[in-house]
Design a protein around this ligand. Sequence first.
Ligand code: PEP
Ligand code: MN
Length: 338
Amino acid sequence: MLVVMESGSGAEHVDHVVRLLSEMGVDSCVLEGACPPIVEVLTGNGTVDRAGLEEAPRVERVLDRAEPILAGSRTEHEQTRTVPLGKHATVGGRQLAIIAGPCSVESQQQVLEIAAAVADSGAVALRGGAFKPRTTPYAFQGHGERGLEMLARAREETGLAIVTEVMCTEQVELVARYADVLQVGSRNMHHAPLLRAVGQQSRPVLLKRGWSATLDEYLMAAEYIMRGGNLNVILCERGIRTHETYVRNTLALAIVPEIKRRSTLPIIVDPSHGTGRSHLVAPMSNAAVACGADGLLIEVHHTPGKAWSDGHQSLDPEQFSKLMTGLAPLAEACGRRL
Ligand code: PEP
Ligand code: MN
């Protein structure tokens, strides 16, 4: 059982709930970093007087079962949380956050060239995998730390924030040393130890939806991160697996307005993995912004035909620039800025 306090309630209200529970003969603990404060009811010899708890000052609600609270807790007037994207940008405000770059970091030259091009077109962050979660062990697995160094150099030269994937708990400290945002990929959305580990460090986390995860499972994965004290979570819809074959994944955009209804977390859309086809990236980017997405994650490569991974879904810099130009009036019509 969980006792959720109203936002803005003070330590004295939380202490009062803890004391009430103790008088009922029940142990409890206050969840670290939870906002609003939450008291978890543990087992004890006594019996919980639920009505007594509900009537206590500044208690918002008492929940019987585990459901996302931190990640799924939008009350009517709450705004989307604003999450920092490096030093100069945020996700979740009026400005759309456009994160663009190659699927994989291939070379210093490649990353610098693409970073300059996407920055020129208005991207605020550079994406690129140094640790790559590939479907086959016989494909390029990424340059590892060398790739992270290449990304850091691109940040120095362009001012773009760096978003890059961390695949396991052992990599968290290393990736956090170089990246502005740690990406947890679709394959790892269910990996609780990794979610806990990124929840205990200070960099914001971009959490991609597992391709077979339901919305509730997705919000619970975000909950793992936030329970560790890291509330800076960016959600990212990247398509789910269906029977359909003309696309790599089915981009399930209805999740965007539904997340907006339930959660204060910002949500961006990845139309590159979400379709797997470069000609679908611009139209689905427009659709994502139209339905309320807070930003986009787009794969861009200077020569998509020669990309080491995901070339068929990557835009070249010119196509990316066109996409951005087309997006501007649409963003404005939706009350957003590019
Ligand atoms: C990626 O964005 O680099 C990636 C591997 O995507 P996903 O985890 O969505 O497959
Ligand atoms: Mn990719």
